[in-house]
Design a protein around this ligand. Structure first.
Ligand code: NAP
Length: 357
């Protein structure tokens, strides 16, 4: 796509979307971002380099398709990121499924009415690939989450339904634009705004001693700037097709705690007790019943199992070179401290901080 063309980013205020907006502006694109409140609520977007001349923020509501029609006028591409990313909710249907599913349908319907639109890039998730690790399997873009429901992993369910609906829409309506999905794992790194993302909040919780010990659990991580870059490359590369799994590296909880400890954060109440054996796993599965419902389900389906993703498609077809996620995690920590999400404590050892990963 040619810079100077307009790109619409839905949910521009979000953790991933604000990096997309930042990178689009840096590349010379005109950007229209949809938000839920009036523009003055987003100074961190309005102050981005190039924003004064090339960023417009407009209000749009995921449950009203017509609110996106003016937002998409003259856009060559829409990047649809807006969707709730929350694990524990009161009402999964209202709080997750409705905005994710109806929001995606609303955006697709508005896209259909937009002349000149070439491509819609949807932020999906590994949640639409699977909702539980399978130690005997490496997950790829061919996999679909078939197990989630309103009761079991409702966030995963919302992302699966939304992505399925988007592909079904393309099959049924055969619009002039095509669809690409980016399916990121746990996205971390520094934030453009002052909010705290759900993934970074998990790292904060580990540093605040919320977990009773080191569990046998692992996660795929990817840097937020690489995730944003993947969306833009998916938009720009004419040859891009289908789904793109987006995970740089799988890190287990022990490695994560060691990274934090060796990087000068050993004076935070990091978990110490080793629960990575069968007894620890059994204990944590029992304790999971004391947790909020969806955290409990997450623990029971993830502890004691190992996740693996095959991400060569995004590397080969989009040319993404992932940055080391250990550095992204440490940048996320510093960012959370600087924004007051984590207490500042004196570094235990500044020499250790300089250790390179
Ligand atoms: P985020 O910072 O919470 O951003 C979510 C965005 O969606 C915000 O702009 C938010 O608007 C908007 N939104 C949420 N609920 C909405 C609703 N009911 N109506 C209208 N807008 C709504 O989260 P994020 O991490 O950037 O997530 C962006 C996308 O990436 C989501 O689709 C998420 O599922 C996906 N994803 C995230 C991760 C991750 O680890 N972060 C991993 C995989 C996929 P407000 O600012 O007004 O709340």
């Amino acid at each position: 796509m040619i810079p100077e063309k307009t790109v619409c980013v839905t949910g521009a205020s979000g953790f991933i979307a604000s990096h997309i907006v930042n990178q689009l502006l840096a590349e010379g694109y005109r950007v229209r971002g949809t938000v839920r409140k009036s523009p003055e609520h987003y100074p961190y977007l309005l102050q981005l380099p190039g924003a004064g001349e090339r960023l417009e923020l407009v209000e749009a509501d995921l449950l009203r398709s017509e609110s996106f029609i003016p937002a998409f006028i003259e856009c060559a591409c829409v990047i649809h990121t807006a969707s709730p990313y929350i694990i524990n909710v009161k009402d999964p249907q209202t709080d997750l499924v409705k905005p994710a599913l109806e929001g995606t349908s609303a955006v697709m319907e508005a896209a259909l009415k937009t002349s000149g639109l070439k491509r819609l890039v949807l932020t999906s998730s590994v949640a639409a690939i699977t909702d539980e690790p399978d130690s005997s399997k490496v997950f790829t873009e061919h996999d679909w989450n078939t197990r989630s429901s309103l009761q079991r992993h409702p966030y995963h369910y919302s992302k699966t339904l939304a992505e399925r609906a988007a592909w079904d829409f393309i099959d049924r309506k055969k619009p002039d634009f095509d669809l690409i999905t980016i399916n990121p794992a746990m996205v971390t790194g520094p934030s453009v705004g002052s909010g705290l993302n759900t993934t970074n909040a998990m790292i904060r919780d580990i540093m605040n001693g919320v977990y009773p010990g080191i569990m046998d659990i692992n996660w795929g991580f990817v840097d937020v700037r690489d995730t944003a870059r993947a969306h833009i490359l998916a938009m720009e590369k004419v040859s891009a097709r289908g789904r793109y799994l987006c995970s740089a590296e799988v890190i287990d909880m022990r490695e994560l705690v060691e990274l934090l400890s060796l990087s000068g954060y050993g004076n935070y109440p990091l978990p110490k007790r080793d629960l990575t054996n069968i007894f620890g796993t059994a204990l944590m599965k029992t304790l999971s019943w004391t947790q909020p419902r969806d955290t409990g389900t997450y623990l029971r389906t993830h502890i004691g199992r190992s996740i693996r993703y095959e991400c060569s498609k995004i590397e080969k077809e989009l040319g993404i070179e992932f940055r080391p996620v250990r550095e992204s995690i440490l940048e996320a920590v510093e960012d959370m401290i600087s924004k007051g999400h984590l207490d500042r404590r004196d570094k235990k050892s500044s020499a250790a901080r300089r250790k390179k990963y």
